[in-house]
Design a protein around this ligand. Structure first.
Ligand SMILES: Nc1ncnc2c1ncn2[C@@H]1O[C@H](COP(=O)(O)OP(=O)(O)O)[C@@H](O)[C@H]1O
Ligand SMILES: [Mg+2]
Length: 349
């Protein structure tokens, strides 16, 4: 298992900055996702860690040792790409065996390792098939097996599930998560899909414009984003500019809200984040509740497990989501409450 550290890593392509000085410290055995929109520098970061690209400045360390002079072949990293890049004229077995064959291992060693890998990726019954006879998910499993068989210290995956349909993506995420847990291999997973990053990773680095905005576990990113940009990327719905006072009062277009001042000692201009699922929706006026607002239901969307409403409250549009079998019609007057501890306040970015 290998610890990976980036220290002030930057990359420019003839004057254009692809990555500004970034620090990132990945623990041994950790699964880290690099999450951000297209062009934010995710692939560039991976390619520098792999040794396929030279940083303009900064250092990359594996287990505390600088690797800038270590060639790609000697870094012992495994790469899996969005396009499977399997050899079409080779069977599953031959594709998986390829990396060991070029390393000059004996036929017996290769057969044993391939058997083991076919079990790991659950493709034993498919060993004699050609790539064209496999589904997208199966092809991606072959690509993963072909990488893992070389026993890399660091596994890197660049949007590996982008070509798969929604259901298969979910399955493959769980497969990758379980596999990574079992093997304990340090893994860096690149994606632009916030849900995918949250579901897979121990920690997520949210990136934009060549910078890492926040590096935290998924629940912290979701509940406590450090800037409005991170909040928006993590799918925030109700984010408002607010004047924050030290005693836990926030003045916003919605009105005055009480938040827990212990959670964030911020004063002055900032934002409040009110998660759609943090509200309680009432049809009669609630008694003794802080942060109560009257609101009119504008729209209703039913998702089976949850219902999402948009409401108009003091000329501000709010999104509220609840897990309930009840159905509140559009046009109904309702009362919203939110507990002070469910409000997150953010500094101006
Ligand atoms: N070989 C290259 N030459 C010039 N510019 C590049 C090259 N590779 C990437 N870039 C630029 O660097 C930025 C980051 O790219 P990339 O790392 O591929 O982003 P991502 O993987 O997040 O979509 C983009 O603006 C891209 O155009
Ligand atoms: Mg990319």
């Amino acid at each position: 298992m290998t610890q990976v550290q980036l220290k002030q890593i930057a990359k420019s392509y003839s004057g254009t900055i692809a990555l500004s000085e970034c620090d990132l410290s990945i623990q041994s055995g950790e699964l880290v996702a690099l999450l951000g929109p297209s062009g934010c520098g995710k692939t560039t970061t991976l390619r520098m860690i792999a040794g396929l690209e030279t940083p303009t400045s900064g250092q990359i360390l594996f287990d505390g040792k600088e690797v800038s002079d270590v060639a790609v072949q000697s870094r012992n990293v495994g790469l899996v790409f969005q396009r499977y890049a399997l050899f079409p004229h080779m069977t599953v077995e031959k594709n998986i065996a390829f990396g060991l064959k070029v390393r000059g291992q004996t036929a017996a060693q290769i057969t044993e390792a391939v058997d083991e890998m076919l079990d790991v990726v659950q493709l034993r019954a498919f060993r004699d098939r050609f790539p064209a006879q496999l589904s997208g998910g199966q092809m991606q499993r072959v690509a993963i097996a072909r990488t893992l068989i070389t026993e890399p210290d660091v596994l890197m995956m660049d949007e590996p599930l982008a070509n798969l349909d929604t259901k298969l993506r979910g399955e493959m995420r769980r497969f990758i998560r379980q596999l990574q847990r079992r093997l304990g291999i340090t893994t860096i997973f690149v994606t632009h899909d916030q849900v995918e990053a949250m579901e897979l990773a121990d920690r997520v680095a949210v990136m934009a414009d060549g910078k890492i905005l926040q590096f935290d576990p998924p629940d912290i990113l979701y509940q406590r984003p450090n800037t409005p940009a991170v909040a928006e990327f993590m799918g925030a719905t109700n984010l408002f500019a607010a004047t924050l006072k030290r005693d836990g009062l926030a003045e916003s277009a919605l009105g005055t809200l009480h938040y827990d001042p212990a959670a964030a000692a911020i004063e002055g201009q900032g934002h409040i984040l009110l998660r759609a699922e943090a509200f309680d929706l009432h049809l009669t006026p609630p008694v003794d509740s802080e942060n109560t607002f009257t609101a009119k239901i504008l729209t209703r969307e039913y998702f089976g497990a949850a219902t999402r409403y948009t409401l108009l409250c003091n000329d501000v549009q709010l999104t509220v989501q609840e897990h309930s079998r009840r159905r509140i019609d559009e046009g109904t007057l309702a009362y919203l409450t939110i507990k002070p501890e469910h409000i997150w306040v953010l500094q101006q970015s």
